[in-house]
Design a protein around this ligand. Structure first.
Ligand code: ADP
Ligand code: MG
Length: 381
């Protein structure tokens, strides 16, 4: 997938534990007249450079709260938020504002341009606040950004003279003012008609192609399908998107529960994950990298029956069929990261969702055919 290539990875990003956006154990409680309310429950979220992530979920599920954690607009009650290697809980309010100005461009549903400043002044404001670029550069840069989003002709007007779509483009130019690596947008197309929304979306796509990382809250299912990754939030919890994609018949409650049961695991290049002689019985979902399934021909030669990548799963044959006709699964050349659901949790899930069970059984049949074919053909690929 495009967003996973990490085209603009740096020396830091080569470190396996580094993520551009890294939220761990994030809990957010709000005080309400009715008592404390937990809007985010132990959220784990990692985003790598070059990803274009959509955050979806029902109204009130915690999307804006999550966005506010990432932009530092609000702080978690407990847990850690590390953005671009900076633990933002350690920053004072003043440091936070300067940090945000350089690191995260924020785009809101209602644009939030300052009404008394001209369009170009709005775009120059973050440069002024962070003291980036010389005053002459600020003007040239602002004009260039406005050109990039196709509203340069409106530069010296007040925002109120512009259409909603144009105002949102100005807001995007403003978010790009200090050339931050990350853009975060909270329902940026929520107040635009679908054609204008599409243009804003296309603009985001081109920014991602240029190396920006974008996290966008959206209600628009069509837009959400065109990103490189979707994060689903239900009642303040993040659902593992790959589970949701793999097993669309599961309810959000089932997904929340299954997500909690997932254990991340990592294997180095060529390391054995499942051996044909063992009976490990767990569902393995590939989150990054790839694996190869090796089977033995009648003459004893090992050949590759299949290669699997992110979003695909394995291990289900053992769960449903026991020992027969298995393959040895090894990590691919770049190693692999997995989310593993143990035997009991997976079996319980299948028992609750007959539709999911049928889908998994169909997959098993296909895999067994592939393995048999590879055994008799006997040539590696
Ligand atoms: P979303 O953006 O997904 O619609 P929010 O993150 O805005 O959801 O809100 C999640 C939940 O937290 C909602 O139930 C909302 O009412 C509550 N909430 C949000 N902000 C506050 C606040 N400042 N005080 C109390 N409750 C809040
Ligand atoms: Mg919201």
């Amino acid at each position: 997938m495009f967003g996973r290539k990490r085209k603009n990875s740096t020396a830091v990003a080569e470190n396996d534990n580094y993520h551009l956006i890294d939220l761990s154990g994030v809990v957010k409680n709000y005080q309400t007249p009715a008592g404390p309310f937990t809007a985010l429950k132990d959220v784990e979220l990692r985003v790598d450079p070059g990803e274009f992530v959509a955050v979806v979920g029902k109204s009130g599920s915690g999307k804006s709260t999550l966005v506010n954690m990432i932009t530092g607009i609000d702080r978690p009650t407990t847990g850690h938020v590390v953005i671009g290697g900076t633990a933002i809980e350690n920053l004072s309010e003043g440091q936070l504002a300067a940090w945000r100005g350089r690191t995260v461009g924020v785009i809101f549903q209602f644009f939030q341009l300052l009404p008394t400043l001209t369009v170009i002044e709005n775009v120059m404001l973050p440069m002024d606040l962070c003291n980036m670029y010389s005053s002459r550069e600020r003007v040239t840069r602002a004009l260039h950004l406005l050109e990039q989003v196709d509203v340069a002709e409106q530069a010296y007007k007040l925002p109120s003279a512009l259409s909603g779509g144009q105002q949102q483009r100005v807001a995007i130019a403003r978010a790009l003012a200090n050339d931050p690596p990350i853009l975060v947008a909270d329902e940026p197309t929520g107040n635009l008609d679908s054609k204008t929304a599409d243009a804003v979306y296309a603009l985001f796509e081109s920014l991602v192609a240029e190396g920006k990382t974008i996290l966008m809250v959206t209600h628009d299912r069509d837009l959400a399908q065109r990103v490189t990754r979707t994060v689903v939030i239900a009642d303040g919890e993040v659902i593992e998107e790959r589970l949701a994609n793999l097993f669309p018949a599961l309810t959000s409650e089932q997904l929340v529960r299954a997500t909690r049961e997932l254990t991340p695991r990592r294997f180095a290049a060529d390391e054995v994950i499942l051996h044909e002689d063992h009976d490990p019985a767990a569902l393995h979902i590939i989150t990054r990298g790839s694996v190869r399934a090796w089977v033995r021909t009648p003459s004893g030669e090992e050949v590759v029956a299949a290669t699997m990548g992110p979003g695909q799963y394995f291990g289900e044959i053992e769960l449903l069929h026991g020992g027969a006709n298995r393959a040895t699964i090894r990590a691919g050349q770049q190693g692999v990261e997995l989310a593993v659901l143990d035997d009991d949790a997976f079996t319980a899930l299948l028992a609750e969702s007959p539709e999911t069970r049928e889908a998994v059984e169909a997959m098993v049949d296909e895999r067994l055919r592939e393995n048999t074919a590879a055994r008799s053909n006997g040539h590696a690929h």
